[in-house]
Design a protein around this ligand. Sequence first.
Ligand SMILES: Nc1ncnc2c1ncn2[C@@H]1O[C@H](COP(=O)(O)OP(=O)(O)O)[C@@H](O)[C@H]1O
Ligand SMILES: [Mg+2]
Length: 323
Amino acid sequence: MESIIEVKNLTKKYESLTAVDSISFSISKGEIFGFLGPNAAGKTTTINMLIGMAKITDGKIFYKNNDITNKIKKFQGCIGVVPDESNLYEELTGFENLCFCASLYGIKRSKREAKAKQFLEIFQLSDAADKRFKSYSKGMKRKLTIAASLVHDPEILFLDEPTTGIDVASSRQIRSLIKNLNEDGMTVFLTTHYIEEAERLCERIAFINKGRIIKIGKVQNFIEDISQSNIIEVLFESTPIDKNVLLEKLKQSFPELECSFKNENTIKLISTSKIDVSPVVSFLSSNGIYILEAKLIRPTLEDAFVKLTGIELDVMKKEKEKK
Ligand SMILES: Nc1ncnc2c1ncn2[C@@H]1O[C@H](COP(=O)(O)OP(=O)(O)O)[C@@H](O)[C@H]1O
Ligand SMILES: [Mg+2]
């Protein structure tokens, strides 16, 4: 596949902190490529370097095989950017914001008004066209921000956590908009800390943590690899002992199993061979845990993520609550 962006050993240091640590990857034309990782992994910093909003400490960026590391501004006409915090004007209406963005790209007045209307329609914001941006809901704001990033027909779209902090219905709409744009040929680079979102949207992903890429590949391949494993979830009412103590005990008694907590009431067991659940159930019962159900499950990207990164799902889920 033809690469549109290639990044080599990209690094960003803030004094003593290395926010992005020598990462390398490429984005192919026409794909949706995602950065999946917890808070502070370095996702926003990476995007900011790619779009010319953060100074690069080290490394190189290529656009269609041309080194653009020191001239990113020149390439800004080819990209659309949807930052994690909207960059639109609170006092302007939706229509005015889009017209204003179009004017920044030198689009003629008659054309920009038609374009603004067209985008408001596509993003189902026509009814709010003449309302001020500040009166918009978070979901509407994000949709208008995406619309604004597209007025100059960019070749690549960068989205930083497009659905974080947004209601379920708007999130679904935004995901489907991103899919549609991609089906019409748009190359997309997005960041997310929602594993499910990465699984639904991306063709390829990089798992990123503490400024480093831990693993990079096709979502499909990650899932196929993990499908070789057997996974059982054990659902219980509550545990009288501390979660970490319980995990330690489980690991000692069943060294062949990978054990982790999926949530407060569910333990996940992974093994490359068939799992005999009855000794596990007996073990848990003898520790005062009342089991409600044990079931075999189909592996998802979530399982691959935990296996490959060693990051507990709790860490990713906590992000949701925080934001
Ligand atoms: N302007 C800055 N000055 C100093 N440290 C920063 C700055 N921006 C980000 N960082 C730090 O860099 C790391 C990566 O941050 P960021 O790229 O925002 O992560 P993410 O988007 O994955 O949550 C974090 O530890 C963050 O605190
Ligand atoms: Mg971020």
